[in-house]
Design a protein. Structure first.
Length: 256
């Protein structure tokens, strides 16, 4: 069931089902590991050796116009509830969902096809609805990547967007890491080595404002009618029942 919650006039919460298992919502093909090609299913020996057929297929269709991550029903619901939130004059529109929304190109030029980067036209339709209806203060929450990210919500390669001032952005995205699962940057990667990778991501993605891939942890959000504040926490030891916070690893980011 799709979830809509309203909290006075300060914010509305929308929760999307945007990950691998949609049930009644028709997400177009993605690479989920278990459905990768196996020997005996393929005609081409090079694919038998690589096991990468779904990745190849998804990469070839990631820019198709009709491709949908949410499915037709959920996509229509999402646009309607964003407009309803604006019409009732809520200050903030919080969108909870599972995967990274903003473009994230790595140093090799690759993207995560199981995130919104694998559904570029669907992401463009979200931007179109927000832009065409003058919907402001949209905040997307993301996870799944096992790393921390903060990005402006802006169209990729949009020359009207200024990544210094934030002009041209439609909102902000906060992506949180995992509590115990390893970083996608590398298991047990040091903060210094993770920061080297983060600097490449920030340099290659204009919308990306901050990245961190070493610490395991979580983030919290506080908001009022004027300001939204996200605080990221990194744990000293994820094996302890009560997390001990490393104050030096915390980061505080503010959207106004």
């Amino acid at each position: 069931m799709l979830d809509t919650r309203e909290y006075s006039m300060v914010c509305d919460l929308r929760v999307l089902i945007a990950h691998r298992f949609l049930g009644q919502y028709d997400r177009d093909i993605t690479d989920v590991g278990y459905n990768r090609a196996r020997e005996g299913f393929l005609l081409f020996p090079s694919f038998i050796l690589s096991y990468h057929l779904p990745v190849i297929v998804v990469n070839s269709v990631k820019d198709e116009e009709g491709r949908s991550l949410m499915g037709v029903e959920q996509e229509a619901w999402f646009y309607n509830t964003l407009s309803e939130s604006k019409n009732r004059q809520a200050v903030w529109r919080i969108v909870g969902q599972q995967i990274v929304f903003s473009q994230l190109i790595d140093g090799s030029g690759s993207v995560d096809l199981d995130a919104w980067d694998g559904y570029r036209k669907n992401r463009a339709r979200v931007f179109d609805h927000i832009s065409n209806n003058s919907i402001s203060n949209t905040v997307i929450l993301a996870g799944d990547s096992h790393d921390n990210w903060v990005s402006d919500l802006a169209r990729p390669n949009d020359t009207s967007y200024n990544n210094i001032t934030g002009d041209g952005a439609f909102g902000v995205e906060f992506g949180g890491t995992a509590v115990t699962s390893p970083s996608s940057f590398g298991t047990n990667i040091s903060p210094a080595d993770a920061d080297k990778i983060s600097r490449v991501f920030v340099a290659d993605n204009a919308e990306l404002q901050w990245s961190e891939g070493s610490f395991r942890g979580f983030f919290t959000i506080t908001l009022d009618p004027h300001t939204l504040n996200a605080t990221f926490y990194g744990m000293n030891d994820v094996c302890k029942y009560i997390p001990q916070y490393d104050e030096g690893s915390g980061s505080n980011l503010v959207a106004m």
